[in-house]
Design a protein around this ligand. Structure first.
Ligand SMILES: Nc1ncnc2c1ncn2[C@@H]1O[C@H](COP(=O)(O)OP(=O)(O)OP(=O)(O)O)[C@@H](O)[C@H]1O
Length: 367
């Protein structure tokens, strides 16, 4: 069993004059894992998160971090001992990116030179060019600011990272990148991360465990993401997770049974010389990286037009990625690539669906 890092014991928070924002919360958060708090607006996710570092004090109950009651440590000291990332990056506008990242180490007494040197390293860790360190926050994109927010939270190398909707203000493509980056970081750092979101997709992508909060600040289900999708504990959880939970569940199914077929590819030069054919042709660059698809011949002399491809499937990814690649491709064939991004072959939607169907039969014990 995983070791507990943070424990809530019968924690309730009642703001003045209102009903309970968090009601009798008891849960144990695993060390070195990502735990996601998810649920509709107003169900107490942020309040629960903030009680961990005492930005909010519970009305009753106890919270321990690494075995110690959080009230045994002065609040300011406790706060500095945990990384905190919020939705608006919360950066100080008149300080450079490097100085923003260096804030907590400076407060902890680290010299300016050393704190800046560490900040410079952290830019690289979160995937930012070192030249950005001299800029001010307003000179960065929203996604870059969030990366700086993550770097700042990591600066003092805290064991616990609290993240409150850190990626919800950026567009979906950037959000996807930031999520993948966080997972990559976490593979190296193995922090205890508590992550708040209202987006079930984000929760299932990131969470080793997911806590679904319900109306009135009660914990509705707490389990591995896969289990929440497969077996919602109540009608509330089922409706929150959504009718497409079966599709989301594919995000946990291996794609081993999907066949990758060889395919003939053409370069843009070959396409110009040879023209269209009767079938879709996969266009690649000199390194075999996919550029798009050329449509089949439509009439005599018509110049072959290239259309962008769909999403790519990397060998070893899940059935969800496989199905998405096949369905989003204009040719009906999903492009599979190897770890270097070179074409490895194609996958057919009908075959992916057949694998999904046979998995389902195995899980449900036959037809
Ligand atoms: N400082 C406060 N004073 C009074 N009530 C508050 C305060 N902060 C939060 N609340 C109330 O407590 C409840 C839970 O709020 P909380 O922010 O924890 O929910 P949440 O699930 O994080 O919601 P959201 O996703 O909208 O941020 C809400 O009803 C909210 O109005």
């Amino acid at each position: 069993m995983a070791e507990a890092m943070i424990e809530f014991q019968n924690v309730t928070k009642q703001y003045q004059g209102g009903q309970a924002a968090v009601d009798g919360l008891t849960m144990s958060i695993d060390k070195g894992a990502i735990t996601v708090f998810v649920g509709p607006s107003g169900c107490g996710k942020t309040t629960s998160l903030r009680m961990i570092n005492r930005m909010v004090e519970p009305t009753s109950g106890t919270i321990t971090v690494d075995g110690a009651d959080v009230t045994s440590v002065p609040a300011a000291q406790l706060r500095r001992s945990m990384g905190y990332v919020m939705q608006s990056s919360g950066l100080m506008p008149h300080r450079s990116v490097l100085d923003n990242i260096a804030t907590v180490p400076r407060l902890n007494g680290v010299s300016k030179t050393e704190a800046r040197r560490r900040a410079q390293e952290l830019l690289d860790v979160v995937g930012l060019a070192s030249s950005l360190g001299k800029r001010y926050p307003s000179q960065l994109s929203g996604g870059q600011q969030q990366r700086v927010g993550v770097a700042r939270a990591l600066a003092a190398d805290p064991p616990v990272l609290l993240m409150d909707e850190p990626f919800s203000a950026v567009d979906p493509v950037v959000r996807d990148e930031l999520q993948q980056e966080l997972l990559r970081l976490q593979r190296d750092l193995a922090k205890t991360i508590v992550f708040v979101t209202h987006d079930i997709d984000e929760a299932t992508v990131l969470g080793d465990k997911v806590a679904v909060f319900g109306i009135g600040g009660k914990l509705a289900q707490y389990a591995a993401a896969e289990e929440i999708l497969r077996a919602p504990a109540s009608d509330f959880v089922a409706s929150f997770v959504g009718r497409d939970r079966g599709f989301r569940h594919l995000g946990f199914s291996p794609s081993d049974g999907v066949t990758i077929h060889p395919i003939r590819t053409v370069t843009p030069d070959q396409l110009r010389q040879e023209g269209s054919s009767d079938d879709w042709q996969l266009v690649v660059d000199g390194e075999l990286r996919p550029l798009g698809w050329a449509g089949p011949r439509t009439g005599a002399g018509a110049a072959p037009a290239m259309v962008p491809g769909g999403s790519l499937f990397r060998k070893g990814e899940t059935l969800r990625r496989a199905l998405d690649a096949a369905l989003s491709s204009p040719s009906g064939l999903g492009v599979a690539v190897d770890t270097d991004g070179r074409v490895a072959g194609v996958i057919a939607a009908a075959e992916v669906l057949a694998v999904i169907e046979s998995d389902r039969n195995v899980r449900h014990g036959g037809l």
